[in-house]
Design a protein around this ligand. Sequence first.
Ligand code: SF4
Length: 181
Amino acid sequence: MTTELTIAKAPEGLEGPGFFATKLDEVIGLARSNSIWPLPFATSCCGIEFMATMGSNYDLARFGSERMSFSPRQADLLIVAGTIAKKMGPVLRQVYLQMAEPRWVLSVGACASTGGIFDTYSVLQGIDKVIPVDVYVPGCPPRPEQILDGFMRIQELVRNEPVRRRNTSEYKALMQQYGIE
Ligand code: SF4
C-alpha cells in the first residue's frame, strides 16, 4: 500500500546554501493555519453534517484539526452549525468572548448564517447579529464538502493574517460594533 503525503507549502522567502529566510508573519500563519483547534457549537441538523465532516470519509484531521475543543479557552475557531434561538444568542456570545485572540468564526448553514427557513420571533436571524463572522457556508444543510471548503477559506484567512491585525484600529472598530472591548 502506498501512502501519498502532501507536505505543507513553504512560505515565500530567500533561500541559499544552508539558510532560508522569511517573514515572521509567514511562519506564524503557516503554523496556525495547519493546527486550528475548532470548537463545534452544533445545535441541530447542520451539526450532523459537521459530524460527517469529522468522520473518516471526509476527515477534518487531514487539516490538522482533529482535536475538537469543548473548552473555549483552548479553541481558536468557533464553528456554529445549526439553528440559534434568540435565547441562545447570549450563550453563543459568551462562548466567543471566552475564546482567546486570535479567534475566527465559521458559520455553517442557512440557519446560523441568516435564520434559514425559521423567519420567526424566536430564532436569531444570523449569528452575525451577536458575534463577527469570518466565513459563511451556504446550504440547508451544506454537504461536508462545503464545510471543508469553508474551513479551507478560514485556513486561507489564518495563513494570510498579519500578526498585528488584532491591534489595528480597524479591528478594534469591528469589535466595538459588537460592544466588545
Ligand atoms: S440550515 Fe437546514 S439543515 Fe442546517 S440547521 Fe438549519 S434547517 Fe437544519
